[in-house]
Design a protein around this ligand. Structure first.
Ligand code: NAP
Ligand code: GDD
Length: 344
């Protein structure tokens, strides 16, 4: 019989890619979607898998809803990807973020335990839990120091996952994933904001992209590679936690320069009255400006992951390079802007 997976957050970037690879492996997919005025199915549509998955109404805020869904579907595996996932918003909505990203995890774990504890559970943990990094590169042993309500909430979910594994013997594990991007990334995140902005500038629909901290560094990989690691973790006989990362770090500034290189523009940086700008070297036009509104009250300055454990035990490795990721994102956004083809 086919395995059954319940994916929370199926409408998001990772949920869509994960559905795609699990369908290829023959899984029956149930995707939890919360009630909104229009259900966000654009990514599943773009991957051409919308009619291959079963969508069920489930909000992480509502335990009775979670219980009914899990009781009815009886999944072999649950991938808990649902979250208020935007760090900046978590400073304005700390309580909502905790409700979903922290307590939401316990709601699912408790129901899994109550129903016999047979379902395997994957928790989407994050490198944002390292926050103000205590050592580099970061691996499974690095102490945490979250710098946002999002990071703090995720750290609670992380420890709850470990606690249910240790206390109740659940097959529960937590993937500490570093930033991963794709053409399906939400437009609020910096990489997609840049690649869409570059495409709009190339097609003369926009003049300038406004950013915040250009010096923040991230270990950016491709989401399509990272969802495979989630699946591999749940196939382990003994559940444990893994860091998933590329082992390379780049600044937002590097990302901007490389994204403009895809459309043959070289960026020159300058500071006027304390504000930094990026100009087209050839024309002198300002293509990037910086605005303090895009800064965070507390920043995670530097992330660099060490995925040695995942490489050794899961035989996982990233396939898409930083340059190829940027090129893939810019080209897809050029196509979207040119054809007005925005499905999410
Ligand atoms: P995403 O694109 O923002 O997707 C988040 C998903 O969660 C969406 O499907 C969203 O539904 C759903 N959701 C939000 N609140 C919900 C609620 N109350 N009940 C049910 N569903 C809810 O995020 P992503 O990039 O795919 O990330 C997936 C997971 O990995 C998240 O937990 C994120 O925190 C974590 N993570 C991501 C990264 C990364 O770099 N991408 C790195 C580490 C960890 P709507 O469509 O209705 O909004
Ligand atoms: N979003 C955004 N917008 N970020 C900007 C901007 C801007 O205009 N300008 C500079 N940045 C900087 C942020 O300050 C941050 O240091 C960095 O770019 C990355 O920001 P995001 O792309 O919003 O991602 P994030 O690192 O905060 O969070 C993402 O990765 C986490 C894993 O480390 C999200 O996907 C989280 O859900 C995930 O857990």
């Amino acid at each position: 019989m086919n395995k059954r997976a319940l994916i929370t957050g199926i409408s998001g970037q990772d949920g869509s890619y994960l559905s795609q690879i699990l369908l290829d492996k023959g899984y029956e997919i149930y995707g939890a979607v919360r009630r909104t005025s229009t259900i966000n199915t654009g990514r599943l549509f773009e991957l051409d898998i919308l009619n291959k998955v079963n969508l069920v109404a489930m909000d992480l805020a509502e335990i009775t809803n979670i219980q009914r869904v899990i009781e009815e579907i009886k999944p072999d595996e649950i991938y808990n990807l649902a979250a208020q996932s935007f760090v900046q918003t978590s400073f304005d909505q700390p309580i909502y973020t905790s409700e979903i990203d922290a307590i939401g995890v316990t709601r699912i774990l408790e129901i899994v335990k109550m129903l016999g504890g047979k379902t395997k559970f994957y928790q989407a943990s994050t490198s944002e839990m390292f926050g103000k990094v205590q050592s580099s590169p970061q691996n499974e042993e690095t102490p945490f120091y979250p710098r946002s309500p999002y990071g703090v909430s995720k750290l609670y979910g992380h420890w709850m996952t470990i606690n249910y594994r240790e206390a109740w013997n659940l097959h529960a594990c937590s993937g500490i994933l570093f930033n991963h991007e794709s053409p399906l990334r939400g437009v609020e995140f910096v990489t997609r904001k840049i690649t869409l902005g570059v495409a709009e500038i190339a097609k003369k629909k926009k003049q300038c992209i406004s950013l915040g901290n250009l010096n923040a560094k991230r270990d950016w990989g491709f989401a399509g590679d990272y969802v495979n690691a989630m699946w591999l973790m749940l196939q382990n006989e003994d559940p444990t936690d893994y860091v998933i990362a590329t082992g390379e770090t780049h600044s937002v500034r590097d990302f901007v320069e490389k994204a403009f290189n895809v459309i043959d523009i070289e960026i020159e940086w300058s500071i006027d009255n304390g504000v930094e700008f990026g100009r087209c070297k050839k024309s002198g036009n300002i293509l990037i400006d910086t605005n303090k509104d895009n800064n965070r009250p507390a920043e995670t300055d530097y992330l660099l992951g060490d995925a040695t454990k995942a490489k050794a035990e899961l035989k996982w490795k990233p396939e898409v390079s930083f340059n190829n990721l940027i090129e893939m994102m810019v080209k897809k956004d050029m196509d979207r802007v040119e054809n007005g083809n925005f499905s999410f």
